[in-house]
Design a protein around this ligand. Structure first.
Ligand code: ATP
Ligand code: MG
Length: 418
């Protein structure tokens, strides 16, 4: 039996014994049916005891328990300083397990072990452990020094990113309306128009940029301080999806979410950029607020589909940005029409001009219509934005890109656009 399993059975039997003692004390005179109904008693007793005895779970008590998780090469996860961002919220525990990259996936049993030990602690209702690989300082080729899952650092007022002229958010109130598709295609179109363009995937829970831009390698950090963005189709790119295993779910919220966004903005070697596009998650939540309140934004582009249900959410997003004093650079209607393959006519599936009218009513520019085209959908899956080559679909994005470029030029007349 491995040291690991021994620890496990030890922990389990200790808690099983506690459960028995607790349940016997509670059953009292009805002990005659105790044996038959043992499993159900344990469940009921625990339910009642938990509501009577408030079990307080602290970070310190969890750290003490985690000392029992041994590592294959000696020591434990606490003494080897591998547990990061340990947090408890209403019985829900989460943490990041930072492991040496050379051990990589061999540490998966340890991750599972940490999760199981956390779950076994009385008062813990659920536990999630995300594993990240992180090299020691000074190794020849270091992975990024981006300790994701950290809390944000304090800032005095609104921050700028060195070298970045304009940060532009791509947003919508609704999910699935084409924010990421627009962000990917717009970034490539803007780069083709001669700008130095960056693209930050701020959808921390559902990053789609690695797939849409066709990159998957892990970024490196040559100086151990700043992470080097990847380059795809002439655009500098950063996404949390490049730092975590592909199918890993990110379970952060609140401060950790904001910390990750801040790190991806400030700990990345963006270099000199005319525009940094930020692909936002849907809604008007933590990420949107952090970006608007902590960083100097040139403006936001709102994407919307023509249906009324999407327009309602887009209106909310417009209101949020206006309240936060972020200029709305304009609205884009995605999936406006389909070009009939037989006659070549535009077929407005959900009615014509919905987003244009909305933009007029909100007194913001209308930047254009993007057709619904299978080629656009496919391009998102195969990592090649349609704007990487000339086509009708590409023209629609380029029309939007030219207006963004002009607005950016107007803000910085001495920029390097061709
Ligand atoms: N104009 C279009 N024509 C065809 N397919 C499109 C078009 N725009 C987006 N899609 C497809 O619709 C799906 C959703 O698009 P996308 O991921 O860009 O939306 P999103 O607003 O970023 O979603 P989320 O809110 O989940 O981040 C994708 O599969 C994408 O390829
Ligand atoms: Mg998206």
């Amino acid at each position: 039996m491995s040291a690991w399993t021994q620890q496990w059975t030890g922990a389990q039997s200790r808690y099983a014994a506690t459960a028995m003692v607790r349940s016997m004390a509670f059953t009292g005179t009805r002990r005659h049916c105790f044996c038959l109904r043992l499993p159900c008693y344990i469940r009921r007793v625990f339910g009642k005891l938990d509501s009577v005895v408030q079990v307080t779970v602290t970070r310190e008590s969890l750290q003490r328990e985690l000392r029992r998780v041994a590592l294959p090469d000696g020591g434990d996860v606490i003494s080897r300083d591998m547990v990061r961002a340990l947090s408890v919220d209403d019985g829900k525990v989460s943490c990041v397990l930072e492991v040496p990259p050379e051990l990589g996936t061999r540490m998966e049993p340890v991750r599972r072990g940490v999760e199981s030990v956390l779950k076994s602690v009385p008062g813990v209702r659920s536990a999630s452990v995300v594993m990240t690989a992180h090299a020691a300082q000074g190794s020849p080729k270091q992975p990024p020094d981006l300790r994701i899952g950290r809390h944000p650092t304090r800032a005095q007022g609104v921050e700028k990113i060195a070298g970045v002229k304009h940060i532009i958010a791509i947003a919508s109130g609704k999910g699935g309306v084409g924010k990421s598709t627009l962000a990917a295609n717009l970034s490539v179109a803007l780069a083709r128009l001669g700008g130095a363009i960056g693209l930050l995937d701020a959808d921390i829970h559902g990053p789609s940029m690695p797939m849409m831009m066709g990159v998957s390698e892990r970024p490196v950090s040559p100086d151990g301080k700043l992470i080097r963005p990847l380059t795809a189709h002439g655009v500098r790119l950063m996404s949390i999806g490049l730092l975590l295993p592909q199918d890993e779910a990110v379970i952060w919220r609140g401060p950790m979410l904001m910390g990750a966004l801040q790190q991806m903005l400030q700990q990345v070697q963006w270099g000199e950029l005319d525009i940094l596009l930020v692909d936002l998650p849907p809604g008007t939540g933590d990420v949107q607020l952090t970006l608007c309140q902590r960083f100097e934004l040139a403006g936001a582009v709102i994407v919307c589909t023509p249906q009324e249900v999407a327009l309602i959410d887009a209106r909310r997003a417009v209101t949020m940005f206006k309240r936060l004093n972020i200029p709305i650079l304009g609205m884009v209607e995605n999936m406006s029409y389909r070009v009939c393959p037989d006659c070549g006519e535009a077929d407005y599936l959900f009615g014509e001009g919905g987003v244009r009218r909305e933009a007029e009513a909100s007194k913001v520019p209308f930047l254009g219509e993007i057709p619904f085209a299978p080629a656009i959908g496919r391009s998102g899956d195969n990592g090649k934005p349609v704007t990487a080559a000339a086509s009708e679909a590409s023209d629609a994005f380029e029309h939007v890109a030219r207006q963004i470029r002009d607005q950016s030029r107007a803000l910085s007349p001495r920029s390097r656009w061709k």
